[in-house]
Design a protein around this ligand. Sequence first.
Ligand SMILES: CC(C)(COP(=O)(O)OP(=O)(O)OC[C@H]1O[C@@H](n2cnc3c(N)ncnc32)[C@H](O)[C@@H]1OP(=O)(O)O)[C@@H](O)C(=O)NCCC(=O)NCCS
Length: 174
Amino acid sequence: MKSPKEAKPCKGQGATYTVCTSPQAARTRVRRAEARDVAGIVEIIRPLEDAGVLCKRSRDQLERELEHFLVARLDSIVAGCCALLPAGTGAELACVAVHPVYRGSANGIGGKLLAAAEDAAREVGFDHLFVLTAQTRDWFVKNGFTVVTSGMLPESYRTHTCLERNAEVLVKAV
Ligand SMILES: CC(C)(COP(=O)(O)OP(=O)(O)OC[C@H]1O[C@@H](n2cnc3c(N)ncnc32)[C@H](O)[C@@H]1OP(=O)(O)O)[C@@H](O)C(=O)NCCC(=O)NCCS
């Protein structure tokens, strides 16, 4: 492992910088998802869906939405993913997940995915991201999101199945 002196700062945690110290951190790249990433995404999100952390999506739905997914690749492994689903002038940030083995600020993969999603949203011209989360509110707040009422959601989201499991809505301008 690199000593803290050798470690390079990498973007994460919203506006602040985290020093990512692990060798994995340096080898992680975020890019748009491709068909060959589907199995890796499924491996990460299925247990989280079963645990009620993420909303369920079928493999068909995932394949249809694949163009909206970003993946964090660590060499040939999918270490994390998220999706940017267009909704009005913004986008829902969905399916934010990091493989349990690679979670934690030494790798900073969640922060990298978030930073890449924000960059991608700005490129497209979205002005905000929103998330629906029942269990991960504090991580999003730490990363610059604010809790809002479900009335702030686009019309099509007001009956979203996630809201039935008491998910909160958080928003971040990008
Ligand atoms: C939330 C998640 C994406 C963060 O990924 P990560 O790669 O570990 O994130 P980062 O490295 O950017 O941040 C790690 C820091 O966030 C903290 N953190 C992780 N989950 C947290 C949570 N639910 N609430 C508050 N803080 C959390 C870690 O303790 C760590 O803190 P530290 O810097 O003090 O050590 C990851 O924990 C995960 O996949 N969780 C399960 C899926 C999930 O909840 N997704 C969101 C659904 S809406």
